[in-house]
Design a protein around this ligand. Sequence first.
Ligand SMILES: NC(=O)c1ccc[n+]([C@@H]2O[C@H](COP(=O)([O-])OP(=O)(O)OC[C@H]3O[C@@H](n4cnc5c(N)ncnc54)[C@H](O)[C@@H]3O)[C@@H](O)[C@H]2O)c1
Length: 453
Amino acid sequence: MDGSHATASDERTTHARLQDLIETGRAVIGVIGLGYVGLPLVRAFAGSGFRCLGFDIDRSKVDRLKAGESYIGHVDASALASLIRAKRFEPTSDLLRLSEADCIIICVPTPLTDSRDPDLSYIEETARSIANTLRRGQLVVLESTTFPTTTRVAVWPILEATGLKCGTDYFLAYSPEREDPGNPLFQAATIPKVVGGFDDASAALACAMYGRAVVEVIRVSSLEVAEASKILENTYRAVNIALVNELKILYDKLGIDVWEVIDAAKSKPFGYQAFYPGPGLGGHCIPVDPFYLSWWARSHGEQTRFIELAGEINVHMPHYVVSRLAEFLNNQRKPINGSRIAILGVAYKKDVDDPRESPSFELMKLLLARGAELSYSDPHIPVLPKMRHYADLPAMRSDELTPAYLAAQDCVLIATDHSAFDFDFIVEHSKMVLDTRNATRHVSRGREKIRKA
Ligand SMILES: NC(=O)c1ccc[n+]([C@@H]2O[C@H](COP(=O)([O-])OP(=O)(O)OC[C@H]3O[C@@H](n4cnc5c(N)ncnc54)[C@H](O)[C@@H]3O)[C@@H](O)[C@H]2O)c1
């Protein structure tokens, strides 16, 4: 730690030196948190020629990376291994090596506490690790999703307590991550980055850094605008998904297929963006982030009624699916109690191996409470992971979708529409199929066995 203040010419040198390191690709990029966001980001920077240090306190992740493995399905192990061999990526758990990085990007989790308040402990702990070795000429960028003012109130004071001064000795910015795991059309390097700086110097350096690795950089006027833009994006999704979820229930009562309605509406070339209903919200972002904003609003004496209402509707969806399943079975003179039900898909969305906040866990809990004989199949999740809020679920392994397995089920419930599922085959061999994703839309034979929910 270097607590002495810089002179005016030192300041220019500090900034110019870092700018030069970035512009010539010689800056060392440190990424903290090698998860769904951090690992693709390493790939983007290392792929653009930078040397990257990847930090994670989870030693098993670091060991697996060093052994040439990837623990994230859509991040190619061989590409990471070749970056490691080329010495452009070095994973480590040694946070003291943060001093080696010229630019440090924070990609640690921002979950909710049990009382659904923001849990900033990961960000604060990371800020303390950075402060431990902070030196003149480092740029720190927070990427974790959070409410506006977090960088200024939770990160800046910890860094400033070192005696170094932001904007002259070190630099601080916020740039929200917009990763869409499993989307083959967009990866870290091809998604535009919004950047807000603590000051002009910080914003300029962060823009220069991202400009070397991503397709487009949008500079905004402050840290808070950048933070607020991310929460707007995710709240917009949560609210629009809630809207179509609510309409699904209404239209279904009237015998109208909501997916057909959405397909019709999206033919309008302007003013409408399609969102799709499902069995509930999942993933690390959409079910969580809007509550960061509503907590922040409450702490300022304001309300976010759209967020609360959307949350209520989305949380209700697994209950709606179970009520549809009960009706469907009832029509066959069967109760849920004792029926064999297979859940297809426990990842929160198509073609990913991420189970976080997946509605499949709530569906399992509700169905088990009603006495169902439950099993599941998910080629991306071979063993049911233990989830904090679903610790009582029994240990389960993914079953293979054989004709005999499907035929033995009283109902097959499609919760995630993975591309690996052959829906013609599934419908052909199942007695009944409850489809929460419109995954069976192209199935032509056996449609009488399908209900949507
Ligand atoms: N997953 C997504 O699709 C996505 C998309 C956009 C934004 N985000 C946001 O990005 C952030 C990270 O999300 P994620 O999905 O990558 O999470 P993740 O859980 O996959 O990865 C976070 C990693 O940080 C590590 N970590 C935790 N504390 C640490 C510490 N003190 N020092 C070093 N490493 C530490 C964990 O071991 C883990 O490997 C969150 O704020 C999230 O909201 C996620």
